[in-house]
Design a protein around this ligand. Structure first.
Ligand code: GLN
Ligand code: ZN
Length: 764
């Protein structure tokens, strides 16, 4: 009999119940008991949904983050939060969110001003975890209370529980040492705690524990490979059976290592790592369970069940009871329930599956494997029909786009007419900018008025004309403020955009937006990725009217503001019936059209944001060049169809460029604005060493903080920048958009920025 299981369920709730409960607890409106009750309710409901699987994950629920949960389980709290008042949950949120010095009156003596743990992306997903902190002194002690409590709750509900934990090697690998010590040196101290945890679970009668080691799909050096052997040889004496969880990619050269670790079972991502499976069938010792992740846990398309069965049936015949099936990874990365969607186009909806629908697919597959396809004939037929309909739908296929992509002359479309050295003087002549021009990244505060107008418009209580007037009033305000401040290149402020990807997703054909397609990004933060379901076109101009209006209010250059193709792609659910590179190029052609329309409307500076270009890097370095090639090509197609005198900007809000600087240079934007304030201009070293030839605007203050940077501070920062990049190619700007700030913070900060520019010019 093939068995079914799940690796993890989205914890946020179909209606984002956890988000609202957390925020209400943090604001003081709800008590801790109320929060805990919502947590228990959600777990109960989610287990109910999974009750007829053979094994159900327990411990995948977290109030903030599963990695932070693991840090608490192994007793690895940062020193700065130790010894405070309150219970474990207080400390937990203290690490997750920090505590600003503003609470200092109340908590001054105890926990005022605690820095939050650093957050970073969980492998190649859009989920952010709290980075474990280590030092040479780190000691570990077991606190199994969370797992035991959840286990007891699941058992009381009659659930066949499989506790889920992050494995010890991945746990060390995704953390950071603060003192430059070697993380692997801690393995010997960490393993006894894991062993004790497994024994504790065994004592509760647990049969299987899922121990996640996604690190195994990355390139490992000898020390880390050795660490896997050490770890699992030491844990093998435990009385529980370990299911080693790997996902998000291919094992490749790690196949042999993985197959021979002394565990009872192995889970493989058969969506991203399908090619691993056949070699593994030969490598895997005959007593081991093989779990195949045959349903995509990272995307929202219905599974082609016939194709899965064609592939799995022979494997099932060979493995018998040793075969399990599951989603490829935790369902944390997909929304909960497609049935919540009431407004989604029914045709598109019929092609999709969220977490609950994926579990139904899993059960169907198991029945087909165990009892024969005939036993679920009707359900399979219905599925087959949906898959076929999607494949053939004219909503998916647009002949003109497909022809354009097939004939795409990337070299020609992607190149400016002249090099930067020829373009720069033409742009200077046209824009008449001073030395060290000042600008901002795009958005201005999203005020209550903006939010109100938007929600009234959505609810139908404000008509289109009224909405347009409200937005224009906000744009006019932004322009007035910028003129008063004396900024050189203005922006319209993005009042009309709720989100930099959603705004374009709503207007592009071939892209749909859901109502409840929320996915946890970090803590209580969720995102609702657009669904790229078909060939992409741009039915009409998307931004020209707003930018044109903004430009009409000022004689200063107004920047056109667009989101780039790579960022739209990386922040969407992307169709799985063609390579991502093709979807990206389709987006590129659509954005290119917008760039050219802006230019034709007289816009002289156009910014194309690529905030997520770096995030799309594959987990394995060997695959970076291929991704970077098509990502850069896509940007070039989008950006480079303009005249030499039109200035193209791009913006990226991160500060690691060392390893991708050649690709950044190949994008050939006239100006790139980047985040630098938190790294104190050191990241400009990468640009200096590479002899990056174009304009750069190193962000001179951190927009995430309400602090107002002083003029002196900005001057000092820019002097540091000028040690690395010639003054003539530097711009002055904040790190990122200002939409999360208040006008009362923005105005003095930008005033200081403009003053700093004057000081610097006077002494240049
Ligand atoms: N133009 C966008 C803004 O200012 C850029 C946001 C981003 O880079 N994340 O909001
Ligand atoms: Zn940014």
């Amino acid at each position: 009999m093939v068995r079914t299981h799940n690796l993890g369920f989205p914890r946020i709730g179909a209606k984002r119940e956890l988000k609202f409960a957390l925020e209400s607890y943090w604001s003081g409106a709800a008590s801790r008991d109320e929060l805990k009750a919502i947590g228990a309710q959600l777990r109960q409901r989610h287990w109910q949904h999974q009750a007829d699987l053979d094994l159900v994950p327990v411990g995948d629920f977290a109030f903030y983050d599963q990695v932070l949960d693991m840090s608490f389980t192994v007793g690895n709290l940062p020193e700065r939060v130790q010894g405070f008042h309150g219970d474990a949950l207080d400390n937990y949120f203290r690490v997750a969110r920090g505590r600003s010095a503003r609470n200092a009156e109340e908590h001054g003596a105890c926990c005022g001003g605690v820095a939050a743990g650093e957050m970073t992306k969980w492998f190649d997903t859009n989920y952010h975890y709290i980075v474990p902190e280590f030092s040479a002194q780190t000691e570990f002690t077991l606190d199994a209370s969370r797992l035991l409590e959840q286990l007891a709750q699941a058992r009381a509900q009659g659930i066949n529980a499989k506790p889920v934990i992050v494995g010890p090697v991945t746990y060390l690998a995704i953390g950071k040492t603060k003192d430059g010590s070697e993380r692997l040196a801690l393995l010997a101290r960490l393993l006894p705690v894991y062993a004790e945890l497994l024994d504790t679970l065994a004592a509760q009668g647990v049969e299987w524990v899922q121990i996640d080691e996604p690190l195994l799909v990355t390139e490992l050096d000898a020390d880390w490979r050795h660490a896997f052997n050490t770890a699992y040889h030491q844990l093998k004496s435990s009385r529980v059976k370990l299911l080693l969880g790997t996902y998000f990619g291919q094992l490749l050269e790690n196949q042999y290592l993985v197959a021979n670790l002394p565990v009872a079972g192995l889970h493989i991502d058969a969506i991203n790592g399908r090619d691993d499976v056949l070699p593994l069938l030969n490598l895997l010792p005959a007593h081991k369970v093989l779990s195949l992740g045959v349903i995509d846990g990272r995307n929202i398309w219905k599974t082609d069940l016939d194709a899965v069965l064609d592939w799995v049936e022979p494997i099932a015949a060979k493995l018998g009871d040793r075969l399990w099936i599951a989603p490829s990874c935790s369902l944390l990365h997909v929304p909960v329930d497609l049935d919540s969607e009431q407004a989604l186009d029914p045709e598109i909806k019929s092609w999709l599956a969220y977490a609950l629908q994926k579990l139904d697919e899993l059960k169907l597959l198991a029945t087909a494997l165990n009892q024969g396809r005939d036993a679920v004939q009707d359900a399979l037929a219905a599925h087959r029909q949906a898959i076929a309909a999607r494949r053939a739908s004219p909503r998916v296929h647009n002949r003109a786009v497909e022809v354009a992509i097939a004939r795409l002359d990337t070299k020609k479309l992607g190149a400016r007419k002249s090099g930067y050295a020829q373009r720069a003087p033409l742009q200077a002549e046209r824009l008449k900018l001073p030395l060290l021009p000042t600008t901002t990244i795009g958005s201005f505060p999203q005020t209550d008025e903006i939010r109100q107008a938007r929600s009234q418009f959505k609810a139908g209580t404000l008509d289109e004309a009224g909405y347009k007037r409200a937005m224009q009033a906000q744009i006019a305000r932004s322009v007035r403020e910028q003129e008063a401040l004396g900024l050189d290149v203005l922006v319209h402020g993005e009042a009309e955009r709720n989100d930099m990807v959603e705004y374009f997703g709503e207007q592009l054909a071939g892209c749909a937006l859901s109502q409840f397609g929320w996915v946890q990004s970090y803590g209580s933060r969720c995102v609702k990725p657009p669904v790229l379901f078909g060939d992409i076109t741009r039915p009409k101009a998307m931004t020209v009217e707003w930018i044109g209006y903004a430009q009409s209010l000022t004689s200063k250059p107004m920047k056109g503001m667009l989101t780039g193709p790579v960022t739209i792609l990386n922040w969407s659910f992307v169709r799985d019936d063609q390579p991502r590179s093709v979807s990206c190029k389709q987006l590129a052609l659509a954005i290119r059209g917008e760039v050219q329309d802006l230019e034709a409307a007289g816009v002289r500076v156009i910014q194309i944001d690529e905030a997520a270009l770096r995030e799309g890097l594959p987990l394995r370095k060997a695959q970076w060049p291929t991704y970077l090639d098509w990502a850069v090509e896509s940007f070039r197609i989008a950006a480079n169809g303009v005249d030499d005198a039109t200035q193209i900007h791009t913006h990226m809000c991160y500060s690691e460029f060392n390893d991708i600087i050649a690709s950044i240079a190949a994008m050939d934007a006239d100006v790139i604005t980047i985040e630098t304030s938190r790294s104190d201009m050191e990241l400009l070293d990468a640009f200096e060493h590479f002899k990056y030839p174009n304009g750069i605007g190193p962000g001179i203050y951190d927009i995430h903080s309400p602090n107002i940077p002083t003029r002196e501070h900005i001057v000092q920062r820019m002097q540091k920048a000028a040690e690395r990049i010639p003054l003539g190619r530097l711009w002055i700007n904040p790190d990122c958009g200002l939409k999360t700030r208040q006008w009362a913070e923005v105005i003095p900060a930008l005033a200081n920025m403009v003053e700093a520019a004057k000081t610097l010019r006077a002494t240049a």
